[in-house]
Ligand binder design. Structure first.
Ligand code: RUB
Length: 407
């Protein structure tokens, strides 16, 4: 038998293969380039190993089933992912491993991935997801509206909690730590969680439900301990930066029975993987893996409305909500440079299943945090009711002031 990784036109059984689409830049023709990836990531190497039998190749070899333009589709047999240990790290080592460094390729980008049911079922998926978050907040239909406490770092726990209280008093349903705040000396996790929990209880007594995502981004060996610390002090939601922690850190939280609160997933560092159109890993792939690992809410971008470079927001959102072998849908989070003046534009694309977050867009309001929160809520109410922000602002002072400031 000749070892040939090309199987163009073969229709793969999606229950038997992990199927990946790569965008490839190379001087090689696209078929050869695809074959290089398939051989490197399954049974081959740069030369023919004398140990590679026909039988091994037939069972475990990857297949290039499409090669067109600059795209190749490669199927990896499910058996390549078998065994009790390995998990998402091993999936990535195969589908997104050595291939990025092959000298024969000038660029490779993993654009899409689909995984067989048998593989997906080994993962917890979200415990809460969209519906669970809505149930916790008793907010059945409208977007969740949140803030990121600003400044990013520097507020001591008391002032931090006061910010959260003001935001909740202004009507916000969510707030969160920023991605760089964890347990620094000026705002230790334990005291921050305990003070924030007190104000969330107070808000609840005042008949307003709100949750705050506490960032426990840390080393793998400490993450469950950090979660325990936060939960013992009343945390209602936890947050991790999934790319710096790793998908398995998120999964460890999602699988731990004591972690019975929603997990907010920030994607800090994703730009290093997603931003180059010719090399890296696309955001939709990160969305698939975050969902498998158990994230309940994930940042997907602002559909052009905010400060951050956009990348495949609609597709990423779809990966969070479409059918995925029984995993619950994940709440898409839009965040980064948002303010009341862009909410309408955002919601036209996001729909209502979204958590809209504004840090500067709340903390920068000229009349303070509570007014900033009100302005965001008013902007969401206006867009939800199909009324323009300008019209709604006529008799909503906080929104009017925000539009005067930022538009
Ligand atoms: C929000 C902020 C977040 C970004 C991350 O602050 O900077 O960390 O949302 O970006 P502000 P993304 O509202 O003041 O801009 O959500 O695209 O990952």
């Amino acid at each position: 038998m000749t070892i040939d990784y090309l199987a163009l036109g073969e229709v793969l059984d999606p229950d038997e293969y992990v199927i990946c689409v790569y965008r490839v830049k190379s001087d090689l023709d696209i078929r050869t380039a695809g074959s290089r990836i398939a051989e490197e990531e399954s049974t081959g190497t740069w030369t023919h190993p004398t140990t590679l039998s026909d039988d091994i190749f037939r069972r475990y070899g990857a297949k290039v089933v499409e090669a067109d333009g600059d795209l190749v589709t490669i199927g990896y047999p499910l058996v390549d992912f078998s065994g009790d240990i390995g998990g998402i790290p091993q999936i990535l080592s195969i589908v997104a491993g050595n291939l990025f460094g092959l000298s024969s390729l000038k660029g490779v980008r993993l654009e899409d991935i689909s995984l067989p049911r048998d593989l997906v079922e080994r993962y917890p998926g979200p415990r809460f997801g969209i519906q669970g978050l809505r149930d916790v907040l008793k907010r059945p239909e409208m977007p969740l509206v949140g803030t990121i406490v600003k400044p990013k770092i520097g507020l001591p726990p008391k002032e931090f909690a006061e910010y959260v209280y003001e935001a909740g008093s202004g009507g916000l349903t969510n707030s969160k730590d920023d991605e760089t705040l964890v347990d620094q000396d000026f705002c230790p996790l334990e005291e921050r969680v305990s003070r924030v929990s007190e104000v969330l209880d107070l808000l609840e007594e005042e008949e307003h439900l709100m949750i705050h995502a506490h960032n426990i981004t840390t080393s793998a060996h400490e993450i469950l301990e950090a979660a325990d610390l936060a939960l013992e002090n009343g945390a209602r939601q936890l947050m991790v930066d999934v790319l710096t922690v790793g998908f398995s850190g998120l999964q460890a939280l999602a699988e731990d029975p004591s972690v019975d609160v929603p997990l907010h997933v920030h994607r800090a560092m994703h730009g290093a993987l997603t931003r180059d159109p010719e090399h890296g890993i696309s955001m939709p792939v990160i969305a698939v893996l975050s969902r498998m690992a158990g994230g309940d809410a994930l940042h997907v971008g602002t559909y052009g409305a905010g400060k951050m470079h956009g990348e495949n927001e609609l597709l990423s959102r779809d990966k969070l909500v479409e059918d995925m072998h029984g995993l619950k849908p994940v709440m898409p989070v839009s965040s980064g440079g948002l303010h009341p003046g862009v909410v309408h534009q955002l919601m036209e694309k996001s729909g209502n299943d979204v958590q809209i977050q504004a840090g500067g867009g709340v903390a920068g309001h000229p009349d303070g945090i509570r007014a900033g929160a009100r302005a965001m809520i008013q902007a969401v109410e206006a867009a939800y009711s199909g009324i323009s922000a300008e019209e709604y602002a006529v008799d909503h002072l906080e929104l009017r002031r925000a539009l005067e400031m930022w538009m």
